[in-house]
Design a protein around this ligand. Structure first.
Ligand code: ADP
Ligand code: ZN
Length: 613
């Protein structure tokens, strides 16, 4: 085990030498320090923030073997390919490999030659695997997609439950677990199931400032989607659909509009599915219309947009799905369409599902939170981050609500009615009871508690239950009230809510909760990207063409050669020597040796830098 100080310096050197990166991204350094110091780590980091580097770099720096557990074969294949392109010794064992390759990978692990071995979780159950690895000596177990261990999460995998015990078979091995999605309940569950003692936990901001968030009530879904995709013609993107038929129809509709659109769902022949996935991964500008079956294993960094034809199943799923866009940090666009039908369907799915009553209650509250996000009267990002426990983020300035504003009215009186109903009933009741009190319903639950004698009883007769639900959701979205999602579902006032109630401060509510202003304001560029200067588009196109050719020759996705960001930086800096090329973002030693000359040829052929416009 290397001492922390020297460790992090060595890590910094390898960051530049192997990966070609100038510095750590936020959070990476602290996590890598903890890993190098031999601590157990649980890191909750948004997609695209650079999780993989957090276990890859320690593996490179310290030597020894890091076993990476991932449920996603496509992701393993991709990472192994990328690592090898960087000159790092890595291999994978999974059901998609030839058995000979799997044996060779395990042998390489045993021969101490391997830095990273990617393993599907069910492999541990196979005879000999744990023994071989244990004999080889496992320094670290890196667990990707750690939320799969939690039954609360949306991707529960029974194989993950065994991972806590696997670690005991590897003497001295440390665990570093990573996930991009975890609300408070899931987070605690992960720590419980994977670790014996409390791990060092890092929660990185969930904010993805390069993603533009937008939600709109569905009018003509097809037309809205067509316009959204048309705004990103030629870029790679995903449109999520709730049904298999929806994916086929949307693909056909987009093809008719001249896009290269391919469907993806679990009901397709495997060969067709793989073909579509490979096309999406390898080519530029494919639109995948897919069910949620698609995407978990995709770490394509240059997905420029993600649309939802229908409302996703939860905020966690929504966050995960839009999170697949813009992993390279460049601007990416999202649009979710939703309608009352989606909400009803989700309710019914929950009601008719197999889950226990307790579980269903949790699911219903999660659904309410998602609807609250759709109806949020203020910045989407604030509401979304609030759900993940990040309060007090300033308005983002580039979500649909920040840009277009929202038609709202003075909802102070309604807000006061709801909040005082919550307060007067002791801050422990769920939505149904609160609405009964507001609307003056003499139900058994009301009379048993004497709630018909409260001054708030019946003050909300004039409005339908659904209207009151909407007020509650909006107050929740703005952080004035809170609901105990995992417990009894009781609503309470937050400190901010108390203040508003007692100071009689004004509250704005959305006028028509499912309406949106028809006109779309001209969109500004979502965010300025730091460190990227103005770029000559023609040069960039030549660099991309070379990248495509090299990728085809080597049968790897384009971004394995170089990421978009690298080419943009290259076009902006126009290096003319190997030394100068080395300074470009994402150019490490191995790629420099392999691709440097070819790219320099193009760069040197540029005569005088034309003034960038
Ligand atoms: P995650 O697994 O968190 O979704 P990845 O590990 O795939 O994200 O990283 C996203 C992208 O960011 C990758 O292209 C990766 O190479 C890049 N990246 C990671 N760390 C850094 C860094 N320190 N500097 C620049 N780019 C980085
Ligand atoms: Zn905003």
């Amino acid at each position: 085990m290397s001492e922390a100080g020297g460790g992090i310096d060595a890590a910094r050197r390898q960051l530049a030498e192997v990966f070609g990166y100038a510095d750590f991204r936020p959070g990476q350094e602290a996590i890598i320090r903890a890993i190098l110091a031999g601590e157990d780590v649980l890191a909750i980091m948004p997609t695209g923030s650079g999780k993989s580097l957090c276990y890859q770099l320690p593996a490179i720096v310290t030597g020894g073997l890091t076993v990476v557990v991932s449920p996603l074969i496509a992701l393993m294949r991709d990472q192994v390919r990328q690592l090898r392109a960087l000159g790092v010794s890595a291999a994978s064992v999974n059901s998609a490999n030839h058995p000979d390759d799997n044996r060779a990978a395990l042998r390489a692990a045993a021969d101490q030659g391997l830095r990273l071995l990617y393993l599907a979780p069910e492999r541990f159950a196979q005879p000999g695997v744990t023994e071989t690895l244990s004999a080889a000596g496992v320094g670290r177990l890196a667990i990707d997609e750690a939320h799969c261990v939690s039954e609360w999460g949306h991707d529960f995998r029974p194989d993950y439950l065994g991972l806590g015990a696997v670690r005991d078979r590897f003497e001295g091995a440390r665990i570093a677990a990573f996930t991009a999605t975890a609300d408070a309940a899931t987070r605690a569950d992960i720590a419980d199931k994977l670790f014996h003692a409390r791990p060092r936990t890092f929660v990185l901001g969930f904010d993805r400032p390069n993603l533009k968030l937008a939600m709109r009530s569905r009018r003509s879904g097809a037309r809205q989607l067509a316009a959204f995709v048309a705004a990103h013609r030629g870029a790679s993107g995903i449109v999520y659909c709730a049904s298999r038929r929806g994916t086929e129809e949307t693909a056909a509709m987009l093809r008719a509009e001249g896009h290269r659109a391919l469907a993806y769902h679990a009901g397709m022949e495997k060969s067709a599915r793989d073909r579509h996935q490979d096309a999406f991964q390898q080519e530029d500008g494919v639109v995948m219309t897919a069910t949620v079956a698609f995407g978990m294993g995709i770490d394509k960094p240059d997905i420029r947009f993600v649309g939802h034809a229908e409302m996703p199943s939860s905020i966690e799923s929504y966050y995960q799905e839009i999170g697949r866009a813009g992993r390279d940090g460049l601007p990416a666009d999202t649009l979710m369409l939703y309608g009352l039908a989606d909400i009803r369907l989700r309710r019914r799915q929950i009601d008719e599902g197999e889950a226990s009553e307790a579980r269903k209650r949790v699911e219903r509250r999660r659904l309410d939170a998602l609807v609250a996000l759709c109806e949020a009267p203020v910045c989407r990002r604030q509401t979304l981050l609030g759900y993940f426990g990040e309060m007090f983020t300033p308005p983002c300035g580039h979500c649909d609500l920040c840009l277009d504003g929202v038609v709202s009215h003075d909802g102070t009186v309604e807000a006061q009615k709801v909040m005082s109903a919550i307060l007067r009933t002791g801050e422990r009741f769920g939505v149904t009871h609160l609405i009964n009190v507001l609307r003056g319903e003499l139900t058994e639950g009301v009379t048993r508690r004497g709630h018909e004698r409260l001054p708030t009883f019946g003050v909300g007769k004039d409005r339908a239950p659904e209207a009151w639900r909407s007020v509650l959701r909006q107050l929740y979205a703005t952080g004035l009230v809170d609901v105990d999602i995992v417990g009894h579902g009781g609503w309470s006032l937050t400190p901010a809510g108390r203040q508003v109630l007692f100071s009689r401060a004004k509250v704005r509510l959305r006028a028509e909760t499912r309406a949106s202003s028809g006109k779309r304001r001209r969109e500004r560029l979502p965010v300025a990207i730091d460190g990227v200067g103005a770029v000559d588009e023609a040069l960039l196109a030549r660099l991309k063409a070379l990248r495509t050719r090299l990728a085809k020759e080597q049968d790897v996705p384009a971004y394995v050669v170089f990421a978009d960001r690298t080419l943009i930086d290259m076009a902006a800096r126009r290096p003319r020597t190997i030394e100068a090329l080395r300074a470009v973002h994402g150019v490490g030693a191995a790629k420099l040796a392999r691709f440097g000359a070819a790219f320099l040829q193009i760069l040197q052929a540029e005569t005088e830098p034309t003034a960038p416009r």
